[in-house]
Design a protein around this ligand. Structure first.
Ligand SMILES: NC(=O)c1ccc[n+]([C@@H]2O[C@H](COP(=O)([O-])OP(=O)(O)OC[C@H]3O[C@@H](n4cnc5c(N)ncnc54)[C@H](O)[C@@H]3O)[C@@H](O)[C@H]2O)c1
Length: 317
């Protein structure tokens, strides 16, 4: 429990997405009121006490302002976004949803007295040529539009923090091991390999055995967002924090899978684009400030993540 946490009403944009619904679960369990805002067609089947579901497009500025006027959230978890693949597929929409709508939401937050604004950043906001371990002050020069929109919002949020005292907070996540990883995301091959293992199907790895990167388990992503957003403002010394869980290569992943499924079948078919992307990503990301300032401490190492993922993915008995 976090007795000193003053959050009462939180708006979660992208509130029906993979992270959004898990954040909603945690906030409701902690007795907060939650407004989940997401696009039509993503609504949950039912609504719980203290939970409001609102459907619409975050680009609809009037609607967004009316939500803040009516519900007066003290905290916003801004998760609505096009992810990397969809951002490359439609640059215009990516800029409007990820950047312009965020700018408007930040302006509205100041106008309507929102206290804390959490933004989900990403290590895709860094480009290539990074040193490994990656230091906390590594320059951000993203090479895809998704990363560019994320850096843009980080800078906008800091502008409103400095100018209007908005308590703007950012976490940048590495690769996330998740049972909900979209099947179309080729870089999510570790999550897909675990699914193949429980289904007893053979898996084709798109990168070499030693290739890997800094990774976190989904539950630790949610833990980090909750712990960070609940931390008193006096503990926050940085505009944005990088997080690191553990290094995971294909061969270390396979070794863990084989602890549970000794007959796991796999082969390699290297996809040069994915291979380059993952090889350029740091194996280790320095996250000293997150650990020192607000107590970041991943609860899942690789073995625990794999055990947990396999349980979640296993078909019901
Ligand atoms: N899961 C990860 O691996 C990861 C890593 C780094 C950063 N992030 C960030 O965390 C946030 C949540 O990610 P996620 O994994 O839950 O992704 P997700 O795609 O499941 O969630 C994003 C949500 O935004 C909603 N959305 C998209 N366009 C919208 C619009 N025009 N109006 C309103 N809502 C809209 C989607 O419907 C979706 O529910 C995103 O900002 C993402 O960039 C996620």
């Amino acid at each position: 429990m976090h007795p000193q946490n003053p959050i009462q009403t939180a708006l979660i944009t992208g509130g029906n997405g993979n992270l959004g619904r898990l954040i909603a679960d945690r906030l409701l369990a902690d007795g907060k009121s939650v407004i989940r805002f997401d696009i039509p067609g993503t609504e949950p089947a039912s609504t719980r006490p203290h939970e409001t579901i609102i459907s619409g497009d975050i680009r609809d500025q009037q609607l967004v302002e009316s939500i803040l006027t009516e519900h007066q959230p003290d905290t916003i978890y801004h998760l609505a976004s096009l992810l990397s693949g969809s951002s490359e597929a439609d640059h215009e929409a990516a800029w409007e949803i990820n950047a312009t709508a965020s700018f408007h939401l930040l302006k509205c937050s100041v106008k309507h007295g929102v206290r804390t604004f959490f933004f989900a950043g990403t290590n895709a906001s860094y480009g290539g040529g990074l040193t490994d371990p990656m230091p906390e002050d590594a320059p951000q020069w993203p090479e895809n539009l998704y990363g560019a929109t994320k850096v843009a919002v980080e800078r906008l949020g800091v502008f409103f923090k400095l100018k209007n005292d908005l308590d703007f907070r950012v976490l940048r996540f590495p690769m996330v091991l998740s049972p909900f990883a979209p099947t179309t995301a080729v870089t999510a091959y570790p999550s897909h390999a675990l699914r193949a293992a429980v289904n007893h199907s053979a898996f084709v790895f798109p990168v070499a055995a030693q290739t890997g990167m800094s990774t976190m388990f989904l539950d630790d992503v949610i833990n980090s967002i909750i712990d960070f957003s609940y931390a008193p403002r006096s503990q926050i010394t940085q505009h944005a924090y990088n997080l690191h869980g553990y290094f995971m290569s294909v061969e270390t992943l396979i070794a863990e899978i084989q602890q549970h499924y000794p007959n796991f079948r796999y082969r390699y078919e290297i996809n040069p684009v994915v291979e380059t992307l993952i090889s350029n990503w740091p194996d280790t990301i320095i996250d000293r400030h997150a650990r020192a300032d607000w107590g970041w401490n991943p609860r899942f190492d690789l073995a625990q993540s794999v055990t947990h993922m396999l349980k979640l993915l296993a078909p019901p008995e």
